[in-house]
Design a protein around this ligand. Structure first.
Ligand code: G3H
Ligand code: ZN
Length: 284
């Protein structure tokens, strides 16, 4: 069955590993991600952004798809709303069967972000659903969400500690220098923010924009208290590169399974590598 992230995140922080959130964008992404988790014996977070939920046909479709694979699986799987934009959307997803939600109030003034997050925590925790919130502004583009570099704003450690004490979220996303999408060069991660906040709150810190971050930086972030890492773009790139290559080699091909099948294999390999890097392999 689907479980909330609280089924495995406290252990991740205590034992010094991170659980990956891999975004579902269609059937092949979903299959690739769950097969990787099964083979790696890793806990798993399926992420579904509002854009992906719309694309797939609504929260009920996403729940049905995630649930059928989770029910068959031997590893714990959470279904998490990624970057939820409103209380309304959060409630729709919880009613449909999501076991975890993110409320992204990072664009709001601190006190309003706290108030909105508290409201979500109260409603979600009452029905056993875990909650992630965000502080600071993460740069880059994901679906309809776009923050240019000048608007990206690092999280303030003292504000983050206060934010957690007042909201008691189960996972806290902080803007520490990563960005959504592809990097030009290497990200400049401010590890001191991760370290200070992680030492002062119970919940693990979430690293968004996990695609393209060098392995050594990922290991260091986990060592300092990151317990959840989101990855989407690397799977999208693996999928599209595979499809592009196959179609270029065989222009007469028309059966989508002939290029989506290999694309699925390529994504599965990406996810397996990340699970090993995050240290979640064997932790199911
Ligand atoms: O919320 C989703 C992630 O932060 C994905 O970031 O596409 O850069 O891997 P990414
Ligand atoms: Zn994100």
């Amino acid at each position: 069955p689907l479980v909330p992230m609280t089924a495995f995140l406290p252990r991740a922080k205590a034992e010094g590993f991170a659980v990956g959130q891999f975004n579902m964008n269609n059937l092949e992404f979903t299959q690739a991600i769950i097969e990787a988790a099964e083979e790696e014996k890793s806990p798993l977070i399926f992420g579904a952004s509002e854009g992906a939920i719309k694309y797939m046909g609504g929260p009920d479709v996403v729940v049905a798809l995630a649930k059928v694979f989770a029910d068959r699986s031997s590893v714990p799987v959470a279904l998490h709303l990624d970057h939820g934009s409103s209380f309304d959307m959060v409630m729709k997803c919880i009613r449909a069967g999501f076991t975890s939600v993110m409320i992204d109030g990072s664009h709001l003034p601190l006190d309003e972000n706290i108030a909105l997050t508290k409201k979500v925590v109260e409603a979600a925790h009452a029905v056993g659903v875990s909650v992630e919130a965000e502080l600071g502004k993460i740069g880059g583009t994901e679906d309809d969400l776009s923050v240019d570099e000048e608007d990206a704003m690092l999280a303030d450690p003292d504000e983050a500690i206060r934010f957690w004490e007042e909201t008691r979220v189960d996972a806290l996303a902080l803007a520490v220098g990563t960005a959504h999408g592809l990097y030009k060069g290497e990200p400049n991660i401010r590890f001191h923010i991760i370290e200070k906040v992680a030492q002062n709150i119970e919940a693990p810190i979430v690293l968004h924009g996990g695609s393209g971050v060098p392995d050594e930086q990922i290991r260091k972030a986990i060592r300092l208290g990151v317990g959840k890492i989101n990855v989407n773009t690397e799977n999208q790139v693996a999928c599209t590169e595979t499809v592009r290559k196959i179609l270029a080699e065989k222009p007469s091909l028309y059966d989508p399974r002939k290029y989506l099948g290999p694309a699925r294999e390529a994504m599965k390999e990406v996810v397996k590598q990340k699970m090993r890097l995050f240290g979640s392999s064997g932790k199911a």
